[in-house]
Write a protein that binds this ligand. Structure first.
Ligand code: ZN
Length: 106
């Protein structure tokens, strides 16, 4: 039994030989398929780079920070291994150094 349908692509009326039938022809069926497959352009997020106002620090800055971190570690070690009378002073220095580095986000 034929049924009068309206093509979803071109809007023409056609006699559907089977249901569900939504398109008048294979051409319109293909057109609809291509439309379904079409996805709007989605830009790919570029890889993160340092913000322009925060350029990568020069090598001498990096090595200075590494030196400071090493000193903080040395002071922490000395607060446990130095002669007894010096340990509290190294402990305070180690704590101050570590706090300063942490406060600067280093
Ligand atoms: Zn059609």
């Amino acid at each position: 039994m034929l049924k009068t349908m309206t093509c979803r692509v071109c809007g023409r009326e056609f006699q559907a030989r089977h249901t569900p039938a939504y398109y008048c022809s294979n051409a319109c069926k293909q057109k609809a398929k291509r439309r379904r497959q079409h996805r709007p352009y989605e830009p790919v997020e570029p890889p993160r780079r340092p913000a322009p106002d925060q350029p990568a620090p020069p090598a001498d800055c990096v090595s200075a920070v590494q030196d400071a971190q090493r000193v903080a570690n040395d002071l922490g070690r000395l607060s446990a291994t130095a002669p007894y009378q010096l340990r509290p002073r190294f402990a305070r220095l180690a704590e101050a150094f570590a706090a300063a580095l942490e406060a600067e986000g280093l």
